[in-house]
Ligand binder design. Structure first.
Ligand code: UDP
Ligand code: MG
Length: 321
């Protein structure tokens, strides 16, 4: 029995992309010889996305639709699709026709070589070079250096991975791009395959340069949580000890200047200003981490979802009308 596929597509105000997207999927998926489902997640759209998705679900029972109560963001919407997916292989992609379903067979062929995750690489990216491509290059270099998982394009939504990869992974923020990293850290085999990228024709991109900042901050959280989630004291305690050592050393230095050189830095405000800004910066980062850890505990202990489903079509769900 061939492995079944779940294509997962978050959509936020993509009314004009839905029909051509479905056509493109329908031209490729039935030829693959795998059973499949298409999960379309309406992430609180305010255009006609809702009605058009419902109409599709009526026509084709392989199309399963989830409407989220409001806009929760691309990653949360993807998570909603992942939670619902029944396939052995999950294939997320964008719903704006920038990813092309014709690349799916190549991703599957790579998986069949024995990889657990295959990530799309937009070699010729068709987005704004200054607002999107350049910041994304910088982010990709940083992610590669910090995570140690060498890919060229983490941000490409089009990926394919085996269902077990996602077990225990909760996605929020900008974290959909870190799926290959989580997987590689757990020992999964990760590959990258060049994919086509089209310019957006209908609708607008929902992101600008601020996304890169979010990605980098999320990266820090991912890395620190992976390393220190079990023993935060190694991090905070280590930092505290270094900081105490610094203060002792500077105190000794001041004593030395005063008694042996007869000079005093104490009268100038400069040392305080430098130290103060440095400490405030560092404290802010650590407080961010603590907040992040607390938020995680909070979400997990309360089982607070990262999204809320309004209603579904073609999904067995209590609320289905
Ligand atoms: N998206 C979403 N919720 C959001 C923002 C985006 O579901 O809050 C979807 C969007 O409809 C598209 C995909 O995520 O299918 C990628 O979004 P976009 O094209 O705006 O991102 P870009 O291609 O510019 O990175
Ligand atoms: Mg796009």
């Amino acid at each position: 029995m061939p492995e079944s596929l779940s294509i997962i597509i978050p959509l936020y105000n993509e009314q004009d992309n839905i029909a051509p997207l479905y056509e493109k999927l329908d031209a490729v998926l039935p030829t693959l010889g795998h059973p499949y489902e298409i999960i379309l997640v309406n992430d609180g759209s305010v255009d006609e996305t809702r009605e058009r998705l419902d109409a599709l679900a009526c026509r084709d029972d392989r199309v399963r639709v989830v409407h989220l109560r409001r806009n929760f963001g691309q990653t949360a919407a993807m998570m909603a699709g992942i939670d619902l997916a029944r396939g052995d292989i999950l294939i997320p992609m964008d719903g704006d026709l920038q990813n092309d379903p014709v690349d799916i067979p190549r991703l599957l062929a790579k998986l069949a070589e024995g990889y657990d995750v295959v990530s799309g690489w937009r070699k010729d990216r068709k987005d704004n070079p200054i607002k999107r491509n350049f910041p994304s290059r910088v982010a990709n270099c940083l992610i590669s250096a910090i995570s140690g998982v060498r890919l060229h394009d983490y941000g490409c939504s089009l990926k394919a991975y085996r269902r077990q990869i996602i077990k225990g992974v909760k996605l929020y923020g900008e974290m959909h791009r870190f799926i290959p990293i989580h997987a590689a850290w757990q020992g999964a085999r990760v590959a990258e395959v060049g994919v086509t990228h089209h310019p957006r024709i209908h609708g607008e991109s929902k992101y600008g340069i601020e996304r890169t900042v979010k990605v980098i901050l999320d990266l820090m959280t991912v890395k620190f949580l992976d390393k220190y989630a079990q023993k935060p004291m190694y991090l905070f305690g280590g930092f505290g000890l270094v900081s105490m050592l610094m203060s002792v050393l500077s105190f000794l230095f001041m004593l030395y200047c005063k008694f042996f050189l007869g000079k005093s830095f104490i009268e100038t405000p400069l040392p305080q200003v430098v130290v103060m800004f440095m400490l405030i910066g560092i404290m802010a980062i650590f407080m961010g981490l603590i907040a992040e850890i607390l938020m995680r505990t909070y979400h997990e202990s309360q089982d607070k979802p990262t999204y809320i489903v309004d209603c579904t079509r073609n999904c067995t769900c209590k609320r289905e009308p």
